[in-house]
Design a protein around this ligand. Structure first.
Ligand code: BJW
Length: 269
C-alpha cells in the first residue's frame, strides 16, 4: 500500500489524532519560513538574525527595530489567506470529530465524535483558524495579538498603535507593547503545553507537517507520541531530523499532499 493509503487507513481507525504544524504549511500562502529552502522566497533566518529579533534581550536592546519587524510580519500574516493545506486539516477535524457545518454522519466510528483531534501549531499567523480549524493550540503564541510588557494584558492592535514605535501600552503609562509570541529562551504558555501533553499522551496517530522539527519543546512531541505507541507521519518538502524515525514520510508540499490524504480517507463518501 502506498503512503497516502496507509495514512488514510490510520486516520479512519484513529481514536486520537494530533497534528503538529510549522511554517512550511503557510509557505503556500506566501509567508516565509524560518529555515526552509523554498525556491521562490528566501526564508526569514537567511535574511535576518534571530538573535537580534526573536529574543527578549533583543527587544530590550532595540525595541524599535524589533517592533517594526514584527509589525511588518503582522501585516503580512493579516493579509495572507489560508491555503489548501490549512483547509484540508480543517476538513480532517470535521470528519474525525463530526463537528462543523460541513460534517455529515457516516458509518465510521471516527465520525461519531469518538475521535479527538488536536492541532498543535508553532505558527503565529492564525491561518488555521481562518481555514475553519477549531481545536487549535498556539504553542508559540500569535502575532495578531500584542501584550503590555508590564501587566501582560493582551490587545489586538491596528495600524494606529504603530504610529509611534515602540507601540505604547494602552493600559500602563510609559510601557510598551510587544508581540504575544514566544521568543527563544522564553517558556511556552502553560495552558498550551498542558493541552499539548494531554493530547500527545492520548493520541494513536501523530502527523508532523511543514516543520523542520528543531525548535523545542515542540520538536520533541513526535518522539513522545511514538514512545507511547502512536503511529507517526511526516509531510515536508525536505528531509528533517525526524524523517528517519516516523512510520510514514511524504516528501512534498502540504497544500498538495494533505488534500490527497483527506480524499484518500473520506473521498468516496
Ligand atoms: C514545507 C513547505 C511546504 C517548506 N509544505 N513543508 C532542547 C534541545 C535543544 C534546544 C532547546 C531544547 N529545549 C529548548 C531549547 C532552546 C530553544 C530551541 O529549541 N532552540 C533550537 C532551535 C536550537 N527553545 C526555546 O527557547 C523555547 N523555549 C524554551 O524551551 O523555554 C524553556 C524555558 C522554561 C521555563 C522558563 C524559561 C524558559 C522557545 C522556542 C520559541 C521559538 N520561537 C520561534 C519564533 C516565534 C515568533 C516569531 O514568529 O517570530 O518560533 S523561532 C521559529 O522556529 C518559530 C517557529 O515556530 C519555530 C519552528 O520553526 P518551523 O515552524 O519548524 O519552521 P522552519 O522554517 O524551521 O521549517 C519549515 C519547514 O517547512 C522546513 O522543514 C521546510 O522544508 C518545510 N516546508 N515549504 C511542506 N509547502
Amino acid at each position: 500500500m502506498d503512503e497516502i493509503g496507509g495514512i488514510a487507513n490510520a486516520l479512519r481507525s484513529a481514536r486520537g489524532v494530533v497534528v503538529l504544524t510549522g511554517a512550511g504549511i503557510s509557505a503556500e500562502s506566501g509567508l516565509r519560513t524560518f529555515r526552509g529552502n523554498e525556491k521562490d522566497m528566501g526564508s526569514l533566518w537567511k535574511s535576518f538574525d534571530p538573535m537580534r529579533l526573536a529574543t527578549p534581550e533583543a527587544f530590550l536592546a532595540d525595541p524599535e527595530t524589533v517592533t517594526k519587524w514584527y509589525d511588518w510580519r503582522r501585516r503580512g500574516c493579516l493579509a495572507a489567506e489560508a491555503n489548501a493545506g490549512h483547509r484540508a486539516l480543517a476538513e480532517m477535524e470535521r470528519r474525525l470529530t463530526g463537528t462543523g457545518s460541513e460534517s455529515r454522519p457516516t458509518r465510521h466510528r471516527s465520525e461519531t465524535g469518538a475521535t479527538s483531534f488536536t492541532l498543535l501549531t508553532q505558527n503565529v499567523d492564525r491561518l488555521h483558524q481562518k481555514a475553519g480549524s477549531v481545536n487549535v493550540v498556539e504553542l508559540h503564541g500569535s502575532i495578531v495579538e500584542w501584550r503590555c510588557v508590564r501587566c501582560r494584558r493582551k490587545t489586538v492592535p491596528g495600524a494606529e498603535e504603530f504610529a509611534r514605535v515602540p507601540a505604547p501600552s494602552p493600559c500602563c503609562a510609559g510601557e510598551m507593547l510587544r508581540p504575544d509570541v514566544v521568543w527563544f529562551g522564553e517558556a511556552l504558555p502553560v495552558e498550551a503545553v498542558e493541552a499539548a501533553q494531554f493530547a500527545v499522551a492520548g493520541c494513536d496517530l501523530f502527523l508532523s507537517i511543514g516543520t523542520s522539527a528543531v525548535a523545542y519543546p515542540a520538536a520533541g512531541y513526535v518522539q513522545a507520541a511514538a514512545a507511547m505507541g502512536a503511529k507517526t507521519v511526516e509531510i515536508n518538502a525536505e528531509e528533517t531530523p525526524i524523517s528517519g524515525m516516523v512510520d510514514w514520510t511524504i516528501r512534498g508540499k502540504a497544500g498538495e499532499v494533505l488534500p490527497r490524504v483527506v480524499e484518500g480517507a473520506w473521498g468516496g463518501e
